[in-house]
Design a binder for this molecule. Structure first.
Ligand code: NAP
Length: 459
């Protein structure tokens, strides 16, 4: 696939880039290796200074950066602005908290013993287009604060975002080579990861990419973190605040025009309140304004590429063929741009393929459930295990949901969202490892045990 910026709102090519030659890639790896040798010794306070400057630049240039995001991948401009500001928050959080997270941990034994956290070296980050800044920053901020250096292979449809991020990091004062973008195609990743100077890899993306990268990293015995797809449940029980649950359900399905791994995709609603939920949820989806992502009033922009529209259309057709009913939407929109109608499906059979797939666009699947047992059973009946949102005011139900849902995060009476302070990641086919917080930062650190025998020579 060529590395191209194509405006998803009208199909016009904005810029085209040649992918780097193998030789150019090797030079960048050499520069990163050189940078790591000195960067690991740069005092934490200095790294924090650069990280705060990075936050300040993001805040100062929010509108310009958001425009690049919207032009390349189509999310509404107001959402792109929030994404850039969230990156600034993450930079500040890790500037303020890295010293605490990286502090050696004393462990009482008969000797003087502790764990110190050493950086691993060059981390390869393979990233997706859907949050083209946030996905990168949530890796970059903890990694650079911890003394690692990074190479970014961004998705082929967001090269300008990738180059902007590299330039921002340099302008913030991070030493040359600490963070570089590799404009390469997916097929070139294998050779980069195989280079012995690359210490580890993090991928946010699809299951097939996860299998390829995870398998190779396993073979090479290199640390990997995989943040893959999701088909998150949104469970609504009778005691829920129904107004808030329905309003949030629409938002949770349509966030990022439906292209978010943690968007709610399957809505499991108790029989008692199902009919009210269904009619009001459908009305909410119908009220979503689809259109020009540059306009303030737009809720849902174009999907990032024509292929995503094709895949979504095929999934909706397959669901209907299997017996599902369309309550609203169901079609790609006529005209320029990769637009798809906000869609609600009901009655998707549990035996159909779509039931087990991720719908990466504004398409919701509704299920009527008789009780909490059935809600939990359907919620867990998926290959994925990223996160879940559940709505109930009953403490006993809350306790069961928290303990029985098989996923990386459970949000009660709230929409799932990532937060620099909280671990983020999944289980099952949603991947392994964590990003963000101390858990995320430590994924790419060597927990080095140090034991200093006491002077009298004990063991
Ligand atoms: P994708 O095709 O897997 O692309 C993601 C990145 O991986 C891109 O940089 C892509 O490069 C690269 N890539 C693809 N196949 C590869 C391979 N075989 N070897 C090496 N690199 C490869 O993902 P997508 O479909 O564009 O993105 C959406 C997916 O990401 C969804 O499933 C979504 O749920 C998931 N996602 C997960 C999270 C999370 O945190 N769990 C967050 C956001 C998105 P090219 O662009 O050059 O192909």
């Amino acid at each position: 696939m060529a590395i191209e910026s194509i405006n998803p709102a009208n199909g016009k090519t904005l810029r085209r880039f040649d992918s780097l030659t193998d030789e150019a890639v090797r030079e960048k790896i050499a520069l990163a290796a050189e940078a790591f040798r000195t960067y690991a010794a740069v005092p934490l306070e200095h790294r924090a200074l650069c990280m705060r400057k990075l936050a300040a630049i993001l805040e100062h240039e929010t509108d310009d950066l958001a425009t690049i995001i919207t032009l390349e991948m189509g999310k509404p401009l107001h959402a792109a602005r929030l994404e850039v500001l969230k990156c600034a928050t993450a930079c500040r959080y890790y500037a303020d908290n890295a010293a605490r997270i990286l502090a050696p941990e004393s462990i009482p034994t008969e000797n003087h013993s502790y764990v110190r956290w050493d950086p691993l070296g060059i981390i390869l980050a393979v990233m997706p287009w859907n949050f083209p800044f946030w996905q990168v920053f949530r890796f970059l901020a903890p990694a650079l604060m911890a003394g690692n250096v990074a190479l970014l292979k961004h998705a082929s449809n967001v090269p300008q975002c990738a180059l902007s991020i590299e330039s921002l990091v340099r302008r913030a004062g991070f030493p040359r080579g600490t963070f570089q973008t590799l404009l390469i195609e997916a097929r070139q990743v294998e050779a980069v990861l195989a280079d012995e100077r690359i210490a580890a890899v993090t991928l946010t993306g699809s299951e097939p990419a996860g299998r390829a990268i995870g398998a190779q990293a396993g073979w090479l015995i290199k640390k990997s973190v995989l943040e893959l797809g999701g088909s998150d449940p949104f469970i609504v029980m009778p005691s829920a605040d129904l107004d808030l649950a329905i309003e949030t359900a629409v938002k949770a399905r349509c966030v990022n025009s439906g292209q978010s791994c943690i968007a709610a995709k399957r809505f499991l609603v108790a029989d008692e309140i199902y009919d009210v939920f269904e009619s009001r949820f459908v009305a909410g989806m119908d009220a979503m304004r689809v259109g020009d992502p540059m306009k303030d009033e737009t809720d849902i922009g174009p999907l990032a590429t024509p292929r995503i529209v094709d895949e979504l259309e095929a999934q909706v057709k397959a669901a209907v063929q299997a017996g599902a009913r369309i309550l609203t939407g169901g079609e790609r929109m006529i005209g320029d741009g990769n637009y798809f109608e906000p869609t609600v499906l009901t009655g998707v059979p549990r035996t159909s393929a779509v039931y087990r797939e991720e719908l990466f666009g504004p398409v919701a699947m509704l299920f009527r459930v008789q009780n909490l047992n059935e809600a939990i059973a359907i919620a867990n009946d998926t290959p994925f295990g990223l996160s879940a949102s559940a709505w109930t005011r009953d403490p006993a139900e809350q306790q069961r949901l928290v303990s029985e849902l098989q996923c990386g995060a459970v949000f009660l009476n709230a929409m799932v969202a990532s937060d620099p302070r909280l671990p983020f990641g999944g289980i099952k086919h949603s991947g392994y490892g964590r990003e963000l917080s101390a858990a995320g930062m430590r994924e790419f650190l060597n927990a080095k045990t140090v034991v200093i025998a006491s002077a009298n020579g004990s063991k």
